[in-house]
Write a protein that binds this ligand. Sequence first.
Ligand SMILES: Cc1ncc(COP(=O)(O)O)c(C=O)c1O
Length: 444
Amino acid sequence: MSYSTDTSKALFDRSSKVLVEGGSSPSRGPANYGGYPLFIERGQGAHVFDADGNQYLDWMMAYGALPHGHAHPRIVDAVSEGAKTSTLVAAATEIEVEVAELIQRMVPSAERVRFANTGTEATMAAIRLARGYTGRQKFIKFEGHYHGWYDDFLVNAHPHPVTSLGHRHDPVKIADSSGLNHRALDDTILVPWNDLSAAERALENNKGQVAAIITEGIMANMGVIPPRQGYLEGLRELARTNNALFILDETVTGFRIAAGGCQQHYQLDPDISTFGKALGSGLPVAAFVGRAEIMEALAWGGVLHYGTQNASRIGLFAARANLQMLAEDNFAAFRHTWKIGEALVAGLQSVFQETKTPAIVQSVGPMLQILFTEQPQIHDYREFCAFVDRGRYQRFARALFPHGIYMTPASGLHSVATLVHTQEHVEATLVAARKVLRDGGSSG
Ligand SMILES: Cc1ncc(COP(=O)(O)O)c(C=O)c1O
């Protein structure tokens, strides 16, 4: 049977009359998918099925929110168990304590935990907490890092022509959105990442005024860009010597890179860290966690953080099942996802060599992204903007769809190996990638 997405097209025509770009986020619409997006009807295990009945092997996994794949029976049971005893009570609950304890066991820097719903809420609250605790206004944010859609973070989180970025010593701030509070970015100090001297210079220029340095541990919104050896440790130390807080945004890396996230992998002790995505196994659960002394500044609303939906009951039932499964067999989950991630990376690299494709794969364990570039490696946002052919990646990812492979069509995002991915899935992906590249599916 030939591949058709006519039902998706019809749904897009219908949805465009009620939803902007046919959906609820620009990244799910035509900007990444071309004329119209695939409408996904359901998921099971490692696969998703679109409205036309096409089956795809899913490497996107809801931006990494599904460590156990789609509709895992234990997550489904947990959600149903939660719902049976009320969808929300908005009062103190034991499930909240249990999940916080599980987090504390996996993430030692989590002396206190506060639940939110999304990564954006968690990072927004973390910055307010840092400002409240230190009594300082400014914070350092890095080029190419995305921390959610709060005004103060929305600068240089999208790629731009490298000629518009200014000098590394004084990066030009390019707002990512209209409609921001026009003073929102005044206290945001923009700094190139993976360059300790740049952070040192920024701290020196703003002596005594910086509340926090916020960083992704692994850059995950410009493909995948790992930190240089010793860089994060150096940043942590710079924060300490300048009496600024070190905020590690683990929204992407948490419960994915290791049980204790990026901070375990790189042996960091952040003052505050933020989690989302993989925590709720598909349900909107996020958290910001950190040193007791700092987190206690939230008490009595001193640094205010409210929310009807905070500590979402059903989400926490899912989070408990999720974390319990991740901890089984001495955290075997992480050994599996690293093995699959590394096999996929090695396989794709040899397909690119074989087909003489100018592309590299950057990764850390289960997180990986294909970058079409002539460069041997991409180290930061400026190199990503200058040297990565984003259009070619998009064409490649879309050309995989008819072969039943679903990778994100956004070059700035990434693929993720989960517990439901297998070596056979890796092989199937390599067969499809080889075919697409031989047929010239990514060019033109
Ligand atoms: C590093 C990072 N922080 C924060 C966020 C925001 O999370 P959410 O989309 O749940 O608001 C994202 C989302 O992609 C992210 O990648």
